[in-house]
Design a protein around this ligand. Structure first.
Ligand code: AMP
Length: 573
């Protein structure tokens, strides 16, 4: 399949903002796609499956070099164009355009060729890596049409800007292969009940497999029935189940029923652990962090009595036998060198709170209390790996005492879980809820910043926060408080500047726009209605609490959550 077809589809998607219109265009495109697995990954802006350790890993400067090599322009010419358009993809398109008028492009780019070259970028190491990477990208650019060049560069930089999120892709698959709703340019006319059911089945198949390619192929060949064949595979990450919030113990019982399981809510790092011949560890964002945790691999090999299984757990840092705060743990996640030393200095305790598969049997439909029994049977508990501390009760007093005990032990709060529920990957169904005493915080993503003034002029000093809205982001405020001048005192302006610099998409005067990647936890005094920001809300006195390296921009607060928090504020209910 020609890459030009895909590039045209990206452009079509980029040029409209209505979600229905995007869905329609994507569905029409997908009907004729032959190379579904590759195309669907590329539509998500990626060339590796979730859980694959490899990353394209190309910085803007390297992409500039490749454009220079392919176009014969100078670096400063390319950089000027980049500044002018605010988009290196468009800059590439412009110089490629000039070139393709003078030389005849002899061969066409194929989806496979682009895919293969981008994958190769990830496996390069050692001497001469930069030159070889430049060559691979330049090779694509020199065969590319301007439109193709635009999207090759954006894919390389993981900044596709075509605006299709998972939910649009899911709906487009439904429209393309299952039910094609009548669409009049504004709304769809469809049997709602059936449509919602079909969408749910496709979503579940995706949550379990994380693989739109396979889902699409099955749908195309066998229709919705075909999705019965998607199943979880030990070794491949799946989306984790999420939990709702409850106000207090009483409220929690209302959601999960009585009796319920009440567990410590450990303040650590969520791990999905897959044991087969090898052990693999994934984050809640499905990144493979096995290398960073050789100690956990060993614990699982020695203390989990199963040939194969998938565990859901929280790894908490331990120092002198005490649980330590999440921040310290994040050092282990980022660590590339001296991993063994770090594992000794900052050991973790793996608290296992769920099990999704055991020796060939999927447990997602098995009631929670049965799963818990299996956890207890399978894990030989030690100081470093054990089932999560749990009590089953229908009594508020007992539950409250357990909650207090949990807080005293240094935990964040408690989780309360329905005993009969299954495990629903990717969903925030009310099978379990969390209860925490702290004031509400909000997770936001940084989408821009401003250079400071005076002694802060070398740093980015004010940060634009955004919440999620479907596949896009809406601004909700600017924050500088809570970030420190000196690194010894906490996260510093200098560190934040370094984090954001590679993500800068556009710079105008003192302001920069950044790729939405850095997730921060914020507290605030109040949420107000405000016309200043696109979300329609503004945070009063937002203050930085901590970086959430374990969260991606998809995991942050969305408009609905903010609306709920706004309404729940004193006097507004
Ligand atoms: P939150 O991060 O506030 O949405 O709370 C949910 C998170 O708490 C989960 O994603 C887990 O990482 C963590 N957690 C800690 N202990 C437990 C537990 N016993 N059961 C479920 N989740 C837990």
């Amino acid at each position: 399949m020609r890459y030009q077809n895909l590039a045209e589809a990206y452009e079509q998607l980029e040029s409209v903002s209505s979600r229905l219109e995007k869905t329609k265009r994507l569905a029409d495109f997908l009907k004729n796609v032959t190379d579904l697995p590759r195309v669907l990954l590329l539509l998500q802006g990626r060339v590796f499956m979730p859980g694959d350790e490899r990353e394209i890993g190309v910085a803007s400067q390297l992409a500039v070099k490749a454009i220079v090599v392919a176009s014969g322009k100078t670096t400063s010419q390319v950089e000027t164009l980049w500044k002018k358009t605010g988009d290196l993809g468009k800059a590439a398109a412009e110089v490629v355009q000039k070139k393709s008028q003078s030389t005849l492009v002899s061969s066409h780019l194929t989806v496979q060729k682009v895919f293969d070259n981008l994958q190769k970028l990830a496996s390069m190491e050692g001497q001469g890596t930069v030159d070889r990477k430049v060559k691979l990208i330049a090779e694509l650019l020199s065969q590319a049409s301007p439109l193709e060049a635009r999207y090759v560069i954006r894919t390389v930089l993981s900044d596709l800007r075509a605006g299709v999120g998972d939910s649009t892709i899911r709906d487009a698959l439904v429209w393309a292969y299952v039910m094609d709703p009548k669409y009049d340019g504004k709304k769809i006319d469809v049997d709602r009940e059936k449509y919602t059911q079909v969408v749910e089945v496709v979503q579940s198949a995706y949550d379990v497999s994380n693989d739109f390619g396979t889902v699409a192929q099955l749908l195309k060949k066998e229709g919705i029935k075909g999705l019965d064949k998607t199943k979880m595979t030990v070794g491949k990450p799946l989306k984790v189940m999420l939990y709702q919030k409850a106000q207090d113990i009483k409220d929690a019982f209302k959601t999960v029923g009585r009796p319920a399981a009440i567990e410590y809510k450990y303040d650590g790092f969520r791990m999905q652990i897959h044991k087969k011949k090898d052990v693999k560890i994934f984050t809640r964002r499905m990144e493979n962090v096995t290398k960073q945790f050789p100690d956990v691999v060993k614990l699982v090999q020695d203390h989990v009595r199963a040939k194969e299984c998938i565990l859901d757990a929280e790894a908490v840092g331990l120092k002198k036998g005490q649980y330590i705060a999440f921040q310290h743990m994040s050092q282990r996640i980022k660590r590339k060198y001296d991993i063994a030393k770090m594992a000794k200095e900052l050991p973790v305790c793996v608290c296992v709170f769920d099990m999704l598969e055991l020796d060939g049997q999927a447990l997602v439909q098995t009631p929670f209390q049965e799963r818990r029994k299996l956890i207890e049977k399978t894990i030989k508990p030690t100081k470093f790996i054990k089932p999560a501390e749990q009590l089953v009760t229908d009594d508020e007093k007992q539950a409250t005492a357990f909650y207090e005990k949990s807080l005293q032990a240094g935990n964040e709060g408690v989780m309360m879980k329905n005993l009969e529920s299954g495990y629903k990957p990717g969903s925030r169904v009310g099978f379990g809820v969390k209860v925490k005493p702290v004031m509400e915080t909000l997770e936001c993503v940084i989408v821009g910043a401003e250079w400071g003034e005076g002694k802060r002029s070398k740093w980015l000093a004010s940060f634009t926060l955004a919440i999620r809205d479907g596949d896009g982001y809406l601004e909700i405020g600017k924050m500088g408080t809570g970030i420190k001048e000196k690194p010894e005192e906490g996260l510093s302006f200098g560190e934040m500047t370094e984090l954001l610099k590679p993500l800068v998409l556009e710079e105008k005067g003192k302001s920069v726009k950044t790729k939405p990647k850095i997730v921060v936890e914020i507290n605030y005094e109040e949420i107000q209605k405000s016309p200043t920001y696109a979300s329609g809300y503004a945070l009063r006195f937002p203050r930085f609490v901590r970086l959430r390296e374990d969260r991606g921009p998809h995991d942050i607060a969305d408009r609905k959550e903010v609306e709920k928090l706004y309404k729940g504020q004193r006097g507004r209910a």
